[in-house]
Design a protein around this ligand. Structure first.
Ligand SMILES: *Cc1c(COP(=O)(O)O)cnc(C)c1O
Length: 385
């Protein structure tokens, strides 16, 4: 059995430190927004190269509160990708704004910056680029367009903590950015947790207030807030895991490059490309990319007859997953946008063919080769059938 993602394996290597951290919190008697959260916020801010961090209940809350802090609401439009997790557009709907989609680039699965300017209207207030599967979007291009039009950029970094572009960390480009510590993310808690990052002191203090029922002083409330505070227990666990993150991310990248080498001779499999100086490129083991460092939250290939490949992997007890089978513009949730099939052909193409393969620090090369031979056997069967 090879799982898609194995958090137990990660935890096993640091179990005594995790237990010590949990014990420390249990005995402290302080469980919400205490010293662990404060230190974790500072450590993540330093790690990502930003000034401020606010610990929250989830990545979804981080997106929601980012838009609240930027005063985005009814009548406003927010541009994003249709090929992402639903939380991205949920946040837009929660503040009463309208999501406007830009199609993806098929090589990187990320919002295609070349199609962005055409979607900007006088109502556009923000762009939410999603660094999908851990690969940073083309941020220099997106920031240039946003600055030209005076539009905010809120980065959805739920899948990309530690990724970088031209030595700048994902999450340090826009006015603010949103992290998720959902257990299966590259830096995962043992429950729900999230964070907002920003260099802007006003956004920082507004989100810091919103997370605590909209008040800076206890029992004095300035505006409608929410309860979205990070637990001490989660912060203490995440602090231990943060120390391992760079190492784990390096392992993920090597694993992805090794998969690329093994799939190079398999024309039925399209490997994920990386953006390098404006072009897209499939890196191999040993290729150093100083322009961009993806953290491969997922290793996602495209295959034509996906159902047959999934079946073959399942028969061999190998984990795989489809992120995401239905692009957001075709979800019932967004029926009122009246965007028919064909509106975003690249997102639809990817949604019909994408398949994520086992990807986690500690996956052995034998296991990886087993995954590759299973996929190879499946596509060979399909082409001779
Ligand atoms: C996981 C995820 C979120 C939401 O994070 P939660 O912590 O689960 O609320 C948002 N956007 C993307 C792209 C994600 O993958």
């Amino acid at each position: 059995m090879i799982p898609l993602c194995d958090v137990n394996l990660q935890h096993a290597s640091i179990m005594s430190e995790l237990q010590e951290a949990m014990q420390r919190v249990l005995e402290s008697g302080r469980y919400i927004l205490g010293p662990e959260v404060k230190q974790f916020e500072q450590e993540v801010a330093d790690y990502c190269g930003v000034r401020y961090a606010v610990g929250l209940n989830s990545g979804t809350d981080a997106l929601h509160l980012a838009l609240r802090a930027l005063d985005i609401g009814p009548g406003d439009e927010v541009i994003t990708t249709p090929f992402t997790f639903v939380a991205t557009t949920e946040a837009i709907l929660m503040v009463g704004a309208k999501p406007v989609f830009v199609d993806i680039h098929l090589d990187t699965y990320n919002l295609d910056a070349a199609q962005l300017a055409a979607k900007i209207t006088p109502r556009t207030k923000a762009i939410i680029p999603v660094h999908l599967y851990g690969q940073p979007c083309d941020m220099p291009a997106i920031m240039a367009i946003a600055e030209q039009h005076g539009i905010h950029v809120v980065e959805d970094c739920a899948q990309s903590i530690g990724a970088s572009l031209q030595s700048q960390k994902a999450g340090a480009f826009g006015i603010c950015s949103c992290l998720s510590f959902f257990p299966s993310k590259n830096l995962g808690a043992i429950g729900d947790a999230g964070m907002l990052l920003t260099n802007d002191s006003e956004v920082y203090s507004r989100v810091e207030m919103l997370r605590r029922h909209g008040g800076r002083v206890k029992y004095y409330h300035e505006e409608l807030g929410v309860n979205s505070r990070l637990d001490e227990l989660q912060a203490a666990v995440l602090r231990v895991k943060l120390r391992e993150l760079s190492n784990w991310n390096e392992q993920r990248r090597s694993l992805a490059y090794a998969y690329n080498v093994e799939f190079a001779a398999v024309p039925e499999v399209t490997c994920p490309s990386e953006l390098r100086d404006g072009t897209n490129y499939i890196p191999r083991l040993g290729d150093e990319n100083s322009f961009l460092k993806s953290v491969y939250h997922q290793y996602t290939i495209l295959v034509e007859d996906r159902d047959a490949v999934v079946k073959s992997l399942q028969d061999d007890d190998i984990g795989c997953a489809i992120y995401y089978p239905v692009p957001l513009h075709l979800q019932k949730l967004h029926a009122d946008l009246e965007l028919p099939v064909g509106s975003f052909p690249n997102a639809e193409f990817a949604a019909a063919r994408c398949l994520s393969l086992p990807m986690f620090a500690g996956l052995s090369s034998e296991q990886r080769q087993q995954v590759v031979s299973c996929v190879k056997r499946a596509v060979a069967k399909i082409s001779t059938a």
